[in-house]
Ligand binder design. Structure first.
Ligand code: SF4
Length: 235
């Protein structure tokens, strides 16, 4: 019998999580608690829907015709690294079917099992959330060092990587934040693209429905001028 995993939701076709048109699988469960998290429903390990590798594979393969040359599937979350056995099994099948696989992760775990999983991944969307350890610890519950250790491994293995950073006013919307990304780009040639994502608080309702407080509820979305300016600083 094929392995069982837990997913929070399945988006049949999306265009914002990796190149081209992609199906996105939101895996259930995350060990972090980022103050800016837009998907609070994916965090708990007891929520979500149980699904077998074969069932999920069938769901994905139905959309293969839409992926074209550049699209494929993206595993996001939650934190996909929390279900490595399930992902290793499904990624083997997807690879055999010629499907491009992207992994959207915080890079919070790196062990032999994760390394095996990474050997099956075509593209990593690595969230490098803040530019210093203190903010990382306070606002995400992990260290910057861990994310860099992960990035360094991706570079060693020549795995294509997109760096993503949410631009949060008062936290990451400054020159230092972009200089940090530029310095990573210079050091790690595996980085093929940088995506600055404007923070927004559209998830407030989800938090309210779950009886949780969204700590950034009063934080505004950065202006398009600010986003343009920060993008112009990228090398
Ligand atoms: S790593 Fe992602 S899913 Fe987990 S808490 Fe942070 S933003 Fe949310």
């Amino acid at each position: 019998m094929s392995k069982i995993g837990k997913i929070s939701s399945f988006q049949s076709l999306g265009t914002v999580d990796g190149p081209g048109i992609r199906s996105v699988v939101f895996m259930q469960g995350c060990p972090l608690r980022c103050i800016c998290c837009h998907n609070p429903e994916t965090l708990g390990f007891d929520g979500g829907e149980a699904i077998s590798v074969n069932e999920l594979f069938k769901k994905i393969i139905r959309f293969k015709v839409y992926y074209g040359k550049t699209g494929g599937v993206t595993f996001s979350g939650g934190e996909p690294l929390m279900q490595p056995d399930f992902l290793i099994e499904i990624c083997k099948k997807l690879k055999a079917a010629g499907i491009h696989i992207a992994l959207d992760t915080s890079g919070c775990i790196l062990n032999d099992k994760i390394k095996k999983l990474l050997s099956l991944i075509d593209l990593v969307l690595l969230d490098v959330k803040y530019y210093d350890n203190e903010s990382y610890k306070k606002n995400a519950g992990m260290s910057l060092d861990k994310a860099i250790e992960f990035l360094s491994y991706l570079n060693e293995q020549n795995i294509d990587t997109y760096i993503r950073r949410v631009i949060i006013p008062g936290f990451t919307d400054n020159e230092m934040s972009i200089e940090h990304i530029n310095s990573l780009k210079e050091k790690y040639p595996c980085i093929k693209k940088v995506e600055l994502l404007p923070f927004h608080n559209l998830c407030i309702e989800k938090y309210e429905n779950m009886g949780l407080e969204f700590k950034l509820k009063d934080t505004p979305t950065p202006t398009s001028e600010k986003m343009e300016y920060l993008n112009s600083l990228l090398k």
